[in-house]
Design a protein around this ligand. Sequence first.
Ligand SMILES: Nc1ncnc2c1ncn2[C@@H]1O[C@H](COP(=O)(O)OP(=O)(O)OP(=O)(O)O)[C@@H](O)[C@H]1O
Length: 656
Amino acid sequence: MEFTAIPGVGEKTAASLARLDDAERALRDGDVAALARAPGLTEGRAAAIARGAIRRRHGDDGDFLATDRSRELYEDVLGLLQARTQTTYAEKRLETLFPSSTESRIEEVRAFAADAMKRDVDDAVLEALSGVSPLTSPPTQRVRERCLATADAERYAEAEAAYPELSVEIVEDARDVAELARSYSTVVVLDESFAGIDVEGDVRVRPDALEHPEDIVPERLLDFFAVNRGRLEASAEVHEAAGMEPTCSLAELRDGLSRVDDDGELVGDEELARLTAAVDDVDAAVSTAESVANDHLRDAIREQDVTIEGTDFLSLVEQGARVDSLLDRELADEYDDALTKAREHVVDSLSLQSGETGPVDRLFPSDPSFPVDHREDVAARLETELGAARDQRAARLKADLATDLGDLRDPVEELVRDALELDVELAVARFATEFDCVMPEFGHAGFAIEGGRSPLLDVPFEEVDPVDYEVSGVTLLSGVNSGGKTSTLDLVGVVVLLAQMGLPVPAERVELGVVEELHYYEKSQGTLDAGAFESTLRDFATLTEGAANRLVLVDELESITEPGASAKIIAGILEELDGQETTAVFVSHLAGGIREAAEFPVAVDGIEAVGLEDGELQVNRSPVKDHLARSTPELIVEKLAGESGNAFYDRLLKKF
Ligand SMILES: Nc1ncnc2c1ncn2[C@@H]1O[C@H](COP(=O)(O)OP(=O)(O)OP(=O)(O)O)[C@@H](O)[C@H]1O
């Protein structure tokens, strides 16, 4: 696939994507986590690329959100969905859901949403999900006890690239290999030509080494499972709590994870633990053993009556002969006992097994001396031999474990992906439940909303009054102050956005037609100066020339300039839009003036006050069709006329 064909993907990003194993699948599935593994890509950028790929696949031009307010409303809707996720993955993944005018895209997400809405939202699942995040690659750890060797320069380069964990050495002959075997616990020779080589040490000829990383550096796999332990355990829990079919045996996964610690080291093998402890304790054991021998000898000497012949005494005095020479004769047995005790101490405290005690026998000089001194070189030898045994056992166990975990490596990718995707589905399910949503039906010109409740209102959702509103063509929406005109435009915007994202909408029933673009203009804050007014007018001029089949929502455009001029401008825009396949709702307090200025009969709907109660307007939030709602001032004049009996109010009321 040509990645540069995706909107927003340049050469550099394309090269980055090409380095992923599964970029095409990730782009197809909107797998933001996998895309974000490409070098230099953040999750946010990955989501944008996934969106681009989806747009390209469905031939979507990306023009749906045509104004700042439309984009803002989309961000708000997205925010409501994102607030219902447990994972950052799902948060980013939801960004791949966007309003589209392409039927195939809407259908694709509708199918996903329909499945998502069947999901039960369960606290245990949500709790487990909070521990899931995309799998991560551990940093490369150097493995110092093992090396690769080859006589071939090309293979050398391949091996260096394939195994950044290991040293790769150039060898010419068996002697070079033998040399390496003295420095490394294991030498893996890559060349067939060395088959049958006979050198001391753990030397393996593996021409297939490059294809078997699990044998050559099992640490890689162990580190992967170690750093991802929490994510994997949480994903396993998610599957159990949600009753989902896992992609691998969770018991096997848990068993594998229990055999490796957080640093990728093996746990649970007694023999390895014994050897590891022994290597660590050699120095301490030898020096204690020395004390044991010396204490024994000291006690023996203290209790001994030494009879010394005159000649010996003379020789001692005259020749400065060492007292040690007496030991040999007088305390030979005690010396043997002391050494036996010392050796036993080493063997016991290091829990050495037969076959490992060779160096222990040579650890102390056989000629009696006092104090007894151990031989450094022999102690070092003991440590080296035990270290080699430890490393070989560890390597063997790691290779075994890596073989077991290797079978799980691919399935766990899917296990985690499924858990993360569940979070996306649950966010949609929760949104649908919490805002009493239904799937909208397409096929209606304009929109028809029954029992719609905006989730963006500043009152708790339970207190939002349901709104019925149906529009096809171009209409004005009139109504009392604070009657809910802006909120109605928001509701229409939210419903259309969600519907064209392929998602359920907060209403009892919705029918609508797919629109190409959503143009939503919010109320301007006060009268514009000449420059801003001109630029706004230019915007609307563009609007009148745009593609057919748009939804235009405009809130009190009159506030941009003086009422007389505004009415004419709005009338002019409505005339233009009326001739197109456009659905438009213009909220305005100037319905009368606009109607007068327009050359066609402009439809007017109205949000009506049903009365004043304790000084508060009682409002029917559902706009009444073809009805110019009375304004708040009119209602107040009417109230005063009724209450006060002052004829002025009656005369005033007649002017409305
Ligand atoms: N459907 C509804 N259910 C409950 N409360 C609502 C509803 N619609 C609007 N409101 C309440 O009425 C307030 C005013 O709504 P809104 O701003 O939409 O009115 P408006 O008619 O646009 O006002 P103005 O004429 O001043 O611009 C909202 O802030 C909200 O508290």
